[in-house]
Design a binder for this molecule. Sequence first.
Ligand code: 4AD
Ligand code: MG
Length: 460
Amino acid sequence: MQRTVISEALAADAPRTDIRVCGWVRTRRDAKNFAFLELNDGSCLANLQCIIDEGTPAWEKLGGVNTGASVKIEGELVESPGKGQKWEVRAKDMTVFGLADPETFPLQKKRHSDEFLRTIAHLRPRTNKYGAAFRIRSQAALAVHDYFRDLGFFYVHTPILTGSDCEGAGEMFRVTTLPVEYRPKEGQSCFADDFFGKPASLTVSGQLEGEAMATALGRIYTFGPTFRAENSNTPRHAAEFWMIEPEAAFADIWDNMELGEGLIRHAAKHTLEHCGADLALFDKFVSPGLVDSLRQLAERDFVRVSYRDAVDILQKSGKTFEYPVSFGTDLQTEHERFLTEEHFKAPVTVYDYPKGIKAFYMRLNDDGETVAAMDLLVPRIGELIGGSQREERLDVLEARIRELGQNIEDYWWYLDLRRFGSVPHAGFGMGFERLIMLLTGIANIRDVLPFPRTTGSLEF
Ligand code: 4AD
Ligand code: MG
């Protein structure tokens, strides 16, 4: 079946005497001796209007075709006399693939709440809003690959099954093949009988393996699923999300900032260039001012501020925060959003955090108190990127692992990277869903993932 996708049909520069289009009927309107079908095939936001005249073979098959039905229409692409579209199809013949019973098909032509649509995540991509969100998601992924390819970064694949806890936060999903009723034999560890013979989990980050690859290939990035069993029921946390993690050898925290800030700018630019119609929908119905804010984001420099100065600003702000701040406390979303939305009114990079609130691998600064960490904050979201320069000094890293009470043997290979030809290096992680939230104005992470996984929710 040679079909023309609707995005191409709508972009035609001349009429066509013979065209085949397929899709799902969004609406049907009946007139006296003809009917309109608005057809959408997911290739773009716009529908293609198809006219079925009485007396054509297509007309004979119209019975039961309604919102949600799937059809193929063959006919002519002609200039549309009506307003709102340049082209329309005058149908000759039609094939009905599947009907949708109007009594039970949930996506009738009316606005549905996001909450309701989450309960039908298998059907919601067929709505304008979610179709647009997932097309933007696809384009944004291309933007990420483009950006790194142009800078000479290699795309590497790090494991999803892991034996190490990168972030040391212990929020990992255990993986086992043992049956639920399994009990270890007397005096034996339960892992002895398990698939790997040791504890296994789903990865929270590909960083540690990424560092091994970067200290060989020079510049790498990963882009894959990550899993966190955080019990935080927020609009910004999912149990399964995608993360982009570049790692560059011979780079410091300042190079790292530039890389991260450039990535966000590039993603905004790319989306503006390639997703105009879909963005317009979000600008109109979801987040007024979105397109302007993305244009600014694509052009603007990030403000850079040290954690120490950021805390000072927050303390002097006169605002009452739910969580008070002082040197040594982690910044909460409310603080991050205040800095970027109200104080600087710009995207912000905060750097040099106290070592006590950051992971073991971050490079200790000369003050002995802070580490070369950086978080990139953007309006509406707060932290979009978290990263650091890595500790490349073997003795300092070992001391840090011990200080945190972690098992040094577990890190033998990671320490080898410092033992043999150690180099300064840096990297970060960007949450891909948070990027999509930024690009679309969608406020809840559950609505930028096709099938979100969050605490207590594993449908589909
Ligand atoms: O700041 P995080 O925890 O950093 C790391 O995992 C480092 N190992 C990254 C690195 O340096 N290679 O996570 C990085 C980003 C966050 O800034 C956030 O955007 C996103 O990942 N993120 C989540 N996104 C959705 N749901 C969650 N539960 C997330 N946790 C982190
Ligand atoms: Mg972080």
